[in-house]
Design a binder for this molecule. Structure first.
Ligand code: GDP
Ligand code: MG
Length: 168
């Protein structure tokens, strides 16, 4: 029986892999041509952490992040947040602090994690490893390298966020 449900928002610039990450984690699939509109506000997955059944509700944006039009309803009640950027998109890396501020302006301080996605494209990286580490250190957040495509570290990100949330 599930007693704990956590609303997780996944934010970051367009095309960094947010929708793909949610789909990967909740449905176990990766498609190259992921349709922007999944028709629902969130997908969910249940996991066991510290002998507790936890339901994670992962909220997706329908592409509104591209024109800065994410509604308050998206953030409302969020208890955890993934700040995502892509290793092959410099702007997305530079936008992380501003995404953090946006989330905190709406819901205050919640459990957060920084994710650098598309690590399978490391040969074309536009961000140095030290830069990403420095940002994580500055913002005092845990940092994960993921590849949604190769299914690297995706489970770990959400497990960590859940543990962090339960600690509070
Ligand atoms: P969103 O705009 O942040 O929701 O990004 P999407 O999930 O729509 O992904 C944008 C594009 O990046 C799509 O073509 C995905 O297939 C691709 N993508 C997502 N994650 C990865 C990854 O880990 N590696 C690679 N190579 N491509 C990815
Ligand atoms: Mg998307």
């Amino acid at each position: 029986e599930v007693e704990i449900a956590i609303k997780v928002v996944v934010v970051g610039n367009g095309a960094v892999g947010k929708s793909s990450m949610i789909q990967r984690y909740c449905k176990g699939i990766f498609t190259k041509d992921y349709k922007k509109t999944i028709g629902v506000d969130f997908l969910e997955r249940q996991i066991e952490v510290n002998n507790e059944e936890v339901r994670l509700m992962l909220w997706d944006t329908a592409g509104q992040e591209e024109f800065d039009a994410i509604t308050k309803a998206y953030y409302r009640g969020a208890q955890a947040c993934v700040l995502a950027f892509s290793v092959v998109d410099r702007d997305s890396f530079e936008a992380i602090e501003s995404w953090k501020r946006k989330v905190e302006a709406e819901v205050g301080e919640i459990s957060m994690v920084i994710v650098q996605n598309k690590i399978d494209m490391i040969d074309e990286a536009l961000i140095q490893p030290e830069e990403a580490e420095a940002l994580a250190k500055k913002l005092r957040l845990r940092f994960y390298n993921t590849s949604v495509k190769e299914n690297i570290n995706v489970d770990e990100v959400f497990r960590y966020l859940t543990e962090k949330y339960l600690e509070k």
